[in-house]
Design a protein around this ligand. Structure first.
Ligand code: ZN
Length: 133
């Protein structure tokens, strides 16, 4: 794994949180993107070479809606940048991690993504992401 690519934060209202994080970071988000298959609206902020991804549910069945209902707003996942997502998936399965989607899916921000079940990662949802070139 190369680095932490971004930290995902579940929020109730993207517009309100965009303003809050712009104030916090001293810079506005540089893009918003909807991922309909995941039921999320996202916005991205740069912090050095890392990013903050804000996630708002776009429907009541969205995993973000369920997360907020259960835990409230807050850190939802940590995403690691990888060079070869298929190789990492293979390696992590061998190490005993539970991969939620073995076939990488299209995520926000031009990435292919895979998620690991939080039950084997101390309760933290882990995302692997590889830039689509
Ligand atoms: Zn993410």
């Amino acid at each position: 794994m190369n680095k932490i690519e971004h930290i995902g934060i579940a929020v109730k209202n993207l517009e309100v949180s965009n303003k809050l994080f712009a104030k916090l970071l001293g810079e506005s988000h540089y893009k918003t993107e909807s991922v309909e298959s995941e039921g999320v609206k996202t916005s991205f902020f740069k912090v050095g070479s890392q990013k903050i991804e804000l996630l708002e549910a776009s429907n009541p069945e969205s995993p973000i809606a369920k997360f907020i209902k259960k835990k409230g707003e807050g850190i939802h996942h940590i995403a690691f940048d990888v060079d070869d997502i298929e190789a990492e998936v293979k390696r992590l399965i061998q190490e005993g991690f539970i991969v939620l989607n073995e076939t990488p899916k299209k995520g926000a921000d031009n990435k292919r993504v895979v998620f690991l079940h939080p039950k084997n990662t101390n309760g933290v949802l882990i995302e692997l992401c590889q830039e689509i070139i």
